[in-house]
Design a protein around this ligand. Structure first.
Ligand code: ADP
Ligand code: MG
Length: 353
């Protein structure tokens, strides 16, 4: 398995667009790293730099297992790629598509046939071997694209939003299969997505990107529980926000005071002792409770039944409504008051800007 290092890599396009500020990134052999961020933040540009389809600005360096590949072409680097648009050869059958790269690499006929069969079986499309590409569904096409990419036994597998064009249910199913496939192959993989759930499900580590810069690198758990900036918190789904104040290391929200919160300034790593803060949290940062235990009483604006939970939109706690989840069997209607308790350990505290 191949270890990838990008050192001091930046990218300015010919038209002057600064797509990426200089960054370093190390990918361990066999690891799946997910590049996560909104559209236009530079994910595809990083992937194309690893592939050899774009080159970093002067000074940047890319190595595979210590070998300098910075100026090497895509053919030399032996990477497999899968895109959102399938990029299959429409005039060839499924088997011919998968065999194509092997032919180019000079793999002999018998070996080629054996590998194609194995790949099609692995992707559960062996019964489609002789089908034409235009007679396949989107999910089947993406299976062919995956089979084609891994057939040549690449050092690195690069996937650019491969599931984005598929419907939600199929997306989850293929995601699970890709996860199994990456573990089974033990191949080094870089996976681009703008979907935080997909990133969590697939990544050993996630690189969260914001406007051409790396905002945070961490395991799914670290990114989810310890976002280092409001941007990351917001992007990975901490939709709730409240304002607070730190006084002598204790958190004040309105009239209420909370101990034992981690309040770090991510810019300097200092503990925030004093001053205005912003609190970011998910639905589990607040729970409904009896009046006597309540930190706040708000008003239910909307109720959605989500099967495994009841989701309330509650106003009157902060300046904006917050989302609170409760037991799905609870009977609560819009327009009624609701008592809430704060789960202080679920809050992420940032200095107010
Ligand atoms: P993402 O994949 O995260 O959506 P991209 O890496 O495709 O983002 O693009 C990053 C930025 O670089 C965007 O502003 C995009 O418009 C710009 N960009 C991408 N390719 C080119 C190019 N060939 N020439 C000029 N600008 C480009
Ligand atoms: Mg892209």
């Amino acid at each position: 398995t191949t270890q990838i290092k990008l050192h001091d890599c930046a990218k300015t396009f010919a038209d002057g667009t600064r797509a990426l500020a200089p960054f370093d990134l190390e990918i361990t052999g066999g690891e799946t790293v997910v590049l996560l961020g909104p559209s236009g933040c530079g994910k595809t540009t990083i992937l194309r730099m690893i592939a050899g389809l774009e080159f970093p600005d002067a000074g940047g360096k890319i190595t595979f297992d210590g070998d300098d590949v910075t100026r090497q072409s895509i053919e030399k680097r032996r990477v497999g790629m899968v895109f959102q648009s399938y990029a299959l050869f429409p005039n060839m059958s499924v088997a011919q598509n998968v065999a194509y790269g092997l032919k180019v690499h000079g793999v002999g006929r018998d070996e080629r046939d054996a590998r194609v069969t194995a790949m099609l079986e692995m992707m559960h499309i062996d019964m489609l071997a002789d089908r034409a590409i235009d007679q396949l569904s989107g999910g089947q096409r993406q299976r062919v694209a995956l089979a084609r990419a891994i057939a040549v036994q690449p050092r690195v597998l690069l996937l650019d939003e491969p599931l984005t064009a598929l419907d939600a249910k199929l997306r989850v199913r293929l995601r699970t299969e890709i996860n199994g496939l990456l573990r089974k192959l033990g191949i080094t993989a870089v996976y681009v997505t703008h979907d935080q759930e997909e990133a969590m499900a697939l990544g050993d580590r996630i690189v969260v990107m914001q406007k051409g810069k790396i905002a945070q690198i961490g395991t799914p758990r670290e990114i989810y529980r310890k976002p280092q900036s409001p941007f990351v918190a917001d992007f990975v789904g901490a939709a709730n926000r409240l304002d607070g104040q730190m006084h002598d290391g204790r958190l004040h929200i309105g009239e209420r005071v909370f101990d034992a919160v981690d309040a770090f300034d991510p810019r300097h790593g200092d503990i925030i002792d004093q001053g205005p803060v912003e609190l970011y949290f998910r639905a589990d940062g607040l729970s409904t409770c009896e009046a006597g235990d309540a930190d706040f009483t708000g008003r239910v604006e909307a109720v959605s039944y989500l099967g495994e939970r009841l989701r309330l939109t509650v106003s009157g706690i902060g300046s904006m409504p917050v989302i609170v989840d409760t037991h799905p069997d609870d009977v609560i209607s819009a327009g009624t008051p609701v008592h809430c308790r704060v789960n202080a350990d679920r809050l992420t505290v940032f200095p107010a800007v």
